[in-house]
Design a binder for this molecule. Sequence first.
Ligand SMILES: Cc1cc2nc3c(=O)[nH]c(=O)nc-3n(C[C@H](O)[C@H](O)[C@H](O)COP(=O)(O)OP(=O)(O)OC[C@H]3O[C@@H](n4cnc5c(N)ncnc54)[C@H](O)[C@@H]3O)c2cc1C
Length: 634
Amino acid sequence: MPERIDWRQDGTPGGSAFSPRFGDRYHSELGGLDQAREVFFKGCGLPAAWASQPQWCILETGFGLGLNFLVTWAAWQADPLRPRLLHFVSLEAFPASADDVLRSAQAHPELFPLAEQLQRQLWGLLPGVHRLVFEGGRVLLTLHIGDAKALLQRATFTADSVFLDGFSPVVNPGIWDVHIFKAVARRCRRGTRVATWTVARSVRDSLAQCGFVMQKVPGTPPKRDNLQGQYQPAWEPRQSTAPPAPAPARCIVVGAGLSGAAVAASLARRGWRVTVLDAADAPAAGASSLPAGLLAPHVSPDDSVLSRLSRSGIRATLQQADALLHAGSDWDLTGVLEHCLEHPRRRPAAWQAGQALEGAAGDWTRQATPAQLDDCGLMPGTPALWHAQAGWIKPASLVRAWLAMPGVAWRGQAAVTRLVRKGDAWQVLGAAGQELASAELVVLAAGYASGALAPAVGLSPALALQAIRGQASWGLQAPDNAHALPPFPVNGHGSLLPAVPLAEGMAWLTGSTFERDSASCELRPGDAQDNFQKLQALLPSAVQALSPAFAAGQVRGWAGVRCATPSRLPALGPLDGAPGVWVCSGMGARGLSFAALCGELLAARLHGEPLPVEQRLADALRPPYAARITKSAA
Ligand SMILES: Cc1cc2nc3c(=O)[nH]c(=O)nc-3n(C[C@H](O)[C@H](O)[C@H](O)COP(=O)(O)OP(=O)(O)OC[C@H]3O[C@@H](n4cnc5c(N)ncnc54)[C@H](O)[C@@H]3O)c2cc1C
């Protein structure tokens, strides 16, 4: 359930927010807006401090109703010298509902349009890290939901400004104690500015103990004092922040599928000049040429790493699709029914009805309703889940949109065979040994072929990647079968996308086969029968409608090669022994769920930015090696 807020009528438009949990108002007697502007924003020397910086990162200890974020975002919009990228990281143990956040902004008409954008993204806030994206990816809000100390301790980013906010130390001492400040200090560089509205002695003492040099400054009436300061410890701090970020320069991405295009877009947004090379004549020629694919989260009783990453990835993809694609023709947020054929998929216990996370989890996944089952011709009581934030996407549309971003150049007929280090850069060579391009950073995003390219770097052992061939079957909807298909995609053992507008007409698509250790893209007639059999188990009612097409041989095929890792998670990270060479591959059967997230994760890790996921999830994506060959053994 979202945090309960009582709205008290005191003449403020929309009412004044009161927390029954803490027995206190959300905003000070100053009103939230003045506090946000005067105490925090100006108290940290902004906007002068961020003028003309490539990036700026603000850490806030209590998101509350989001007012400090909205004020900072509005100031960023208004400032001609704004940083290219603004990161706002906020910690919140008890997130308010999206509606309450919007309601609190009613008192501030100038912020209301921003609050509406914020409200649209405030859903599904389960414990963990959530990345919300505004201004085409130039204003990034990272919400850490849960225990602030634990979340901060595991993070690695460097904060440039710190807003210490939250309910008062009297009612919420946990957010103002020395352990929190120690964790905050670990995210600061020498000189990071800190501001807060409380001048409580205990807060000042704890901050001093953690290396902050603070002073009381005159407050805005009726408040007498505020507190401002800097992280300037008398000792040399243990370095737990990221090393200095490389200045954006040139990058070559090998592979113009979902993975490569996503990386290119994320780096270009940060000022990199990116050249994407591909062996094929056109972008999205590999697995990403799939006519349309499904986007639906993975669910597991223990909310595994795969489940959590799939949700973060889907949020990232939806943000990109919403901003860059045409709904209805390139993609659609239809919702997806998961028919749990092999075993009932159990959701975590904390997501069940009446449990604390029911509301946030329900934004993602619920038990399918009898009406939804009926829409699919399935019997009442059939084990099935309903994924609300799910649908279908044409991968090639997303690839083309990413490649069209300023700062990205695409080149086809450029098969890469070798990489050679030359000074600070890598030379990327073609089959005849000719230089195709050179750059300080190279990202291998060539799907299964990334495995062969890694040894071509010269130093690295082979990557443990597996080719999994797959064939999907598709056909055009006929007037007599369209009504017999469900109104949304169905997933399970195989899947059915009932209505995807293709150049040839409105199409259905079903499949797919899984053929391990095959990198062939040839079409096999037997695979259509396999897909038909899967569909019989998944959706018997749809089979009746589609069997004439299968029987008449009117079903068309599409085949491609998935690239999987042993963990079934993507492979993302720098290659051992090859400075400046990264890999972004191993998307398996979930490229649409993972590529956008991996692009952002790569850029964030490279720049020491706040990550869009928890650190341990990012760590799970380390590229897997087939065998470790040390230099001395080689
Ligand atoms: C049958 C099937 C069904 C699928 N269904 C879904 C689905 O429903 N949902 C979903 O999310 N995912 C699905 N997938 C998976 C999805 O298609 C992939 O995860 C995704 O497309 C992988 O993108 P990629 O960029 O990593 O690889 P690719 O799209 O394969 O791109 C790799 C690129 O590298 C280029 N390349 C290779 N070698 C070189 C070289 N030496 N030099 C230069 N360029 C090179 C290739 O030409 C290619 O363009 C499916 C896959 C298959 C096969």
